[in-house]
Every structure is written in structure tokens, then in C-alpha cells.
Design a binder for this molecule. Structure first.
Ligand code: ADP
Ligand code: MG
Length: 453
């Protein structure tokens, strides 16, 4: 019985998102299959409704695929599981519910990975498009429409938890949906290495190489972990070139541009961004709300708009954290029988995930920007119209506004310009340039590191 259910669960897991799977199927069991009357054990009546309404078809198919005859399917609340979730017992400073929620969340990492490295839970349908990722998504769509043509290689970069893996896996999955015969392979660079080293040690270097040469689409994740082992970097470069020359699609993600990874060969670095580099940025408030609304829909959960806004407002790190906080609240809401907003209002949850930046001062920002551009503060805040000095001044304005939220009048005083419209213009100019000018983007990131580092 246990094995049947385990197999059925493995199948179900392939078909729904990891979050849904761990929320709805985590504590289920198969109690009986006698005479085709299936009884599935769940932890409380809330789950009965959800499973019946949303997953009956999937459950039925999964059981049938495991040769179970089905007349009826019923759900039964199991007392053992139920007693585990009695609310409001705080023992020795540890809230058991929070502990449980944490444990369930950890199982979110359960991966259902196919031999091509793809996890079917990552689709384009469940990737919310917003101002933080629209350019990258439109490139992804054109790759799905015609792989190996326009954006090849496709280089996608951005900080952790912003959706790189999701987006490139989605490209792979969508391509396979269109053409199941396509040979797609996804691998984090670290696995590429260890596989390569294994192959060499077992005298199977040629086979390794051949396997890659046969691919139509190669997806390499977390390229920043490339190591400075000449041989393996050379191997990667060779495979890259072979595929590239055959117009096979290459997709690479990284947390930064190749030129910023010290161990990467210059020539390889420039090849990787040959067709441009796309990045994923931190989501804005509206983007975060849209993502949360989509997640709520997917999970069939009703969440008050105010609760969504509260979470969006308070998670400023990345989308992974945003999802994490959200599923914690949903689980607590289910366990405690309160709505998300009620939980927030009665203080049961307090979300506060913010990138921890050390406080800084206007003076420090101005100094660091000047230094970065090899200027003295006096030069930078003077009247010079020379292009690079003007740019430095505008970067300072931008950072004073973005990091310290100073008013344009205050900024004007800090950078030595007469009126605040010049400041407004300067900030707007930098914001606009940031959309396409990757060098500028990197410079600003580096300056920020210097300010806070
Ligand atoms: P990265 O690879 O950049 O570290 P991931 O792709 O692992 O980030 O994304 C972290 C989590 O956030 C994943 O669960 C992913 O599904 C989710 N996520 C990221 N971006 C989006 C988006 N635009 N819409 C929906 N979910 C997203
Ligand atoms: Mg990733």
C-alpha cells in the first residue's frame, strides 16, 4: 500500500508545482483500496475539500497508472495527524506550528527532476511577467519560437532567488512541449564539472563530449561557479563552440556578467555575451503583488488584497523569500483557522525581509562615487560639463535618491547643482540608461558594494 501511494505521489509531483505538492500531499496516505473503494488519509477536513475539488482527476489517474481499480475515492481525516496541529501551544519559546511550517517548507526543495535535468514544475505559464523581467521573458519567448537563431547564446543574469533557474527551465520545458524529440539538457555548471571529471577518470572523455555534441539545446545554470581548472573550462569551451557552430541553442545563467567572473577566460567571456545579456531585477511592489496573486490562484487560496500588499511591502530581498513568507502565512492560516490578514493583524506573523544594508550618509555616497570615477569630490561636484564627470555626478544623484531617498533639493545641495530640475533630469537619465547599459549597471553595483561593503 505504501509503495503504491509512494509511486502515485511521485507521479502527482511531476504534474503540479512543488509548493502545491508539499502543501496538499505532504501528509496524505493510502488507507484502503479494498473493492476499488479508495480511502485516502488526510490531516484535516480543509484538505478533503481542496483535494476533492482540485486534484481528484490527478489522483485518479495516478492510481490507475499504478494498476489500482477505482470505484470510489473517499478522504478520511486521520486523528493522528490531526492532533499534531493543535494550535497555540508554545513550548519553551518554540512555536510548534512555526516549526512545522518550517519543516514543510524545507520539503519544498524536493525535486522531481527528469534525466534531462528539467523539472516540469517550471513553466512559462506560472512565471509572472513584470517590469523586473519583461525583456528577459520576451527573449525567452523568441527562443521558444525559434531556438538557435536570434538570442544565441542566451545569457541571463541576476541575483539569487530572482527566477533565473525558473525561466531557463521553462524555456527547456516549453521547447520540449513543442517538439518532444528535441534533445534538451539542463545542468548546473558544477555538475557539468563533476561529470566531466568522472568521465575523464573512467576513460570516457570522448563519450562525454559526444553526448553534448548531440544536443539541440544546452542549458547551463549558475555559471559563476565555473572553476579555474584549465582542462574543464577548455572542455566547456569546446562543447560550446561545437554547438554554437551548428546553431544549437545555448542558454547560460549566472549571478553576474562573465567579465566579472575572475576565473573565466576572456575569449569565452566575450562569446557568452555575444548576443547580449539579459538580467532579472528585483521585483517592484506591483510585480511582487502580481506574483503573490498568481501564487494564491495556483494554490486555490483566498488571500485578502491587504495581506498580499503587506507581504509585498515587507519582503524586499528576492522572489524566493517572497514565496517562502507567503507559503508560511498560508500554512499558518490553514492550521490556525484564521485568514492571512487576521494573522497579520493579530501579530501572529511579522514579515520583514529586507536586504540588510548598513546605513550610509550623503557624504559617503558622494565620496565613493567620485573615487570610483577617479575624480576628486570637488571636480565631481563642480560645474564641469565634460561627459564622464557629468555622468559621475548623475550617478551620485541617482544613488542619493535611491539609497537615501533624499529630496531633489537636498541632492542638489550635495552635488553642487543649482536647482532640483537638474537633479530630476540626472536621475531620470541614469534610470533610462540602466535599462540597456550593462556597463553602467555593473558600475553602480560595484559602487554600492564599495559604499556598503
Ligand atoms: P534563481 O535561479 O535566480 O536563484 P529561482 O529560479 O530558483 O531563482 O527562483 C526562486 C523562486 O521564485 C522559485 O520558486 C521560482 O519559481 C520563483 N519565481 C521567480 N521568479 C518568478 C516569477 N516571475 N513568477 C513566479 N515565480 C517566480
Ligand atoms: Mg538558480
Amino acid at each position: 500500500m505504501y509503495d503504491v501511494w509512494k509511486n502515485a505521489l511521485a507521479e502527482i509531483e511531476q504534474q503540479i508545482s512543488a509548493a502545491n505538492f508539499s502543501t496538499w500531499f505532504q501528509d496524505t496516505s493510502l488507507i484502503s483500496t479494498a473493492n476499488g473503494n479508495i480511502i485516502i488519509g488526510v490531516k484535516n477536513s480543509f484538505f478533503v475539500k481542496q483535494l476533492r475539488n482540485r486534484y481528484l482527476d490527478i489522483i485518479t489517474t495516478a492510481l490507475k497508472n499504478n494498476n489500482i481499480t477505482i470505484n470510489t475515492i473517499d478522504f478520511e481525516v486521520q486523528a493522528k495527524v490531526k492532533s499534531k496541529v493543535r494550535p497555540r501551544e508554545v513550548i519553551a519559546g518554540k512555536d510548534p506550528i512555526k516549526e512545522r511550517v518550517k519543516a514543510i517548507r524545507n520539503t519544498n526543495d524536493m525535486k522531481s527532476v527528469l534525466s534531462n535535468g528539467l523539472n516540469q514544475k517550471y513553466t512559462l505559464d506560472n512565471f509572472v511577467i513584470g517590469s523586473n523581467n519583461d525583456l528577459a521573458v520576451s527573449a525567452a519567448k523568441s527562443i521558444i519560437a525559434a531556438p538557435g537563431t536570434r538570442y544565441n547564446p542566451f545569457f541571463l543574469y541576476g541575483g539569487p532567488g530572482l527566477g533565473k533557474t525558473h525561466l531557463v527551465q521553462a524555456i527547456g520545458n516549453e521547447l520540449l512541449k513543442k517538439d518532444p524529440n528535441l534533445k534538451v539538457f539542463y545542468t548546473p555548471i558544477s555538475h557539468f564539472y563533476s561529470d566531466f571529471i568522472d568521465a575523464i577518470q573512467n576513460g570516457k572523455g570522448k563519450e562525454f563530449n559526444r553526448k553534448f555534441q548531440k544536443l539541440d539545446v544546452l542549458i547551463i545554470d549558475d555559471f559563476q561557479f565555473i572553476v579555474n581548472k584549465e582542462k574543464s573550462q577548455e572542455e566547456f569551451f569546446n562543447i560550446f563552440n561545437d554547438l554554437f557552430l551548428l546553431n544549437k541553442q545555448i542558454i547560460v545563467t549566472s549571478d553576474r556578467l562573465p567579465s566579472q567572473i575572475k576565473t573565466v577566460d576572456e575569449c569565452l567571456a566575450s562569446r557568452l555575451t555575444w548576443a547580449g545579456a539579459f538580467d532579472l531585477q528585483l521585483p517592484k511592489f506591483e510585480d511582487k503583488c502580481a506574483i503573490l496573486r498568481a501564487k494564491a490562484d495556483l494554490m486555490g487560496a483566498e488571500v485578502e488584497p491587504e495581506a498580499i500588499e503587506y507581504i509585498a511591502e515587507n519582503v524586499n530581498t528576492n522572489i524566493r523569500d517572497l514565496e517562502g513568507e507567503f507559503s508560511t502565512i498560508l500554512l499558518m492560516s490553514e492550521v490556525r483557522g484564521l485568514t492571512p490578514l487576521e494573522l497579520i493583524e493579530n501579530g501572529s506573523v511579522s514579515v520583514n525581509k529586507t536586504t540588510k544594508l548598513r546605513p550610509t550618509s550623503p557624504k559617503q555616497i558622494v565620496e565613493k562615487v567620485a573615487k570610483y570615477y577617479n575624480l576628486s569630490v570637488k571636480e565631481m561636484t563642480g560645474k564641469s560639463r565634460i561627459a564622464h564627470i557629468k555622468t559621475a555626478r548623475q550617478v551620485a544623484m541617482f544613488l542619493l535618491s535611491n539609497e537615501l531617498k533624499l529630496s531633489t533639493n537636498k541632492i542638489a545641495a550635495e552635488v553642487g547643482v543649482k536647482d532640483h530640475t537638474t537633479v530630476m533630469h540626472g536621475i531620470k537619465k541614469i534610470k533610462q540608461d540602466l535599462k540597456l547599459n550593462f556597463t553602467l549597471r555593473d558600475q553602480i553595483e560595484e559602487i554600492k558594494e564599495k559604499i556598503y561593503g
